[in-house]
Design a protein around this ligand. Structure first.
Ligand code: HEM
Length: 397
């Protein structure tokens, strides 16, 4: 069967992980034109690269599900909205819907995010140079999630250690290993720390507001969903902020436009989200045999939606590889997914990125990437699943 797939999908068959990680865009254009749903042996998955097809798949949770043992997160943190579909998915997501709405997010987070971004800039401003991914984008993302979960009294380093240990445990389970003792201990410790914040006054944090929502979930289930907020909210937002800074600092015309009119920052954020989605793919498993764009996919197979591919579909975005602040359909990208699993944190992530860009451009005059070849190469977003710069070394003044 595999060899007949190789014959039917020669472009997908020839793609290596190396190309997908480091030079993916020409390959995605090729695939989209000739094999918009293709079989990639390197990924052991089907890959969808057209904008319309990606939306079709993401909206159809009956045929393309996340409720599958192939997803390892549930084995470490328990079932959550990330690993469920249908009415149970709705029940797990519901308590978080209201506190993540735009107005609620702006009310709850504007002051804290503004203050946290300002304090970070103050901590390195006098030095004239910094690595903005690890020293700026990463801490902004972590601090927002610490605030969301009401963990202000817990050292940030402790939250990051739990996060790293749980991510490692999930990665090992994905490779077929049992849940590690370290992973179990880290999740238990996170859970013990989250309980008091879950039971606190609903005004005190987003988690407490979710806990007070009269949901059909018990406290353990709410905590499992709170843990997936950490997964959803840290690495992706770090990438989103770093990628937006990268695009502005490497597109002088756009930077000049934004510096002349900060009202264009949201355009810059949307266009950066389109060009380099920090989460590159969304995974689903087929529940039954399905034929899509001429490809017949058997049940129980992994289908990856390439958000990168969809976002550069020339049928939707003319000159798709260009960073263009004046596009009429800036928000037509699918970076936050669509359908039942559409990103819960999108308003918060936008708020964080807005503050990061506005304050960096104001407080760090003449901000630019370091010109040495290593800094230039490190700044380019890359990665198979998460896309972001290796490092964003900048100077100002
Ligand atoms: C404050 C930061 C964020 C939080 C708290 C957050 C949280 C979440 C949660 C809980 C989900 C699962 C929703 C569900 O299954 O019903 C989700 C989905 C998703 N998020 Fe976010 N997110 C954040 C930022 C981001 C960013 C910056 C990106 C990309 C640039 C992103 C991309 C996605 C995608 C693609 C999905 C869909 C996953 C799937 O369908 O398999 N998120 N997010």
């Amino acid at each position: 069967m595999t060899s007949s797939r190789a014959t039917r999908f020669p472009i997908g068959n020839a793609l290596s992980i190396e190309t997908l990680e480091n030079n993916v865009y020409p390959a995605l254009h090729e695939l989209r034109t000739h094999e918009p749903v293709s079989w990639l042996p390197a990924l052991k998955a089907w890959l969808v690269t057209r904008h319309d097809l990606s939306i079709e798949v993401m909206r159809d949770a009956k045929i393309y599900t996340v409720d599958h043992p192939g997803f390892s997160t549930a084995q470490v943190v328990g079932p959550s909205m990330l690993s469920l579909d249908g009415t149970t998915h709705q029940a797990h997501r519901m308590p978080f819907e209201k506190p993540f709405r735009k107005r609620e997010v702006n009310n709850r987070f504007t002051e804290s995010v503004t203050r946290q971004v300002a304090a970070l800039i103050e901590s390195f401003k006098a030095t004239g140079g910094a690595e903005l991914r690890r020293d700026f984008a990463g801490p902004i993302a972590v601090q927002a999630m610490v605030t969301a979960l009401g963990l202000e009294e817990t050292p940030v380093q402790q939250v990051l250690t739990w996060y790293d240990t749980i991510v490692q445990a999930v990665t090992l389970v994905a490779k077929g290993e049992p849940v590690s003792a370290d992973g179990q201990l880290a999740f238990q410790a996170l859970k013990t720390t989250l309980m008091p914040s879950l039971q606190a006054n609903p005004e005190s944090s987003l988690l407490a507001a979710a806990g007070a929502s009269n949901a059909a979930l018990d406290e353990d289930q709410i905590v499992s969903n709170a843990a997936v907020l950490l997964f959803g909210g840290i690495e992706t937002t770090e990438g989103m902020i770093a990628n937006a800074l990268y695009h502005l600092l490497t597109t002088p015309d756009a930077l000049a436009m934004v510096c002349a009119d900060y009202g264009l920052i949201p355009n810059a954020i949307e266009e950066s989200l389109r060009l380099e989605p920090a989460a590159a793919v969304v995974d689903r498993y087929t529940t039954e045999e399905v034929t899509i764009a001429g490809a017949t996919i058997p049940p129980d197979e992994l289908v990856e939606i390439s958000l990168l591919g969809a976002n550069r579909d020339p049928a939707v975005f003319p000159n798709p590889d260009q960073f263009d602040l004046t596009r009429s359909n800036l928000r037509a990208h699918v970076t936050f997914a669509q359908g039942p699993h559409v990103c819960l944190g999108l308003h918060l992530a936008r708020l964080e990125t807005q503050q990061a860009l506005a304050q960096a451009l104001t407080a760090l005059p003449n901000l630019q990437l370091r010109t040495d070849s290593t800094s230039q190469a490190d700044a380019k977003p890359r990665g198979l699943i998460f896309r972001k710069p290796k490092a964003l070394n900048v100077v100002w003044g």
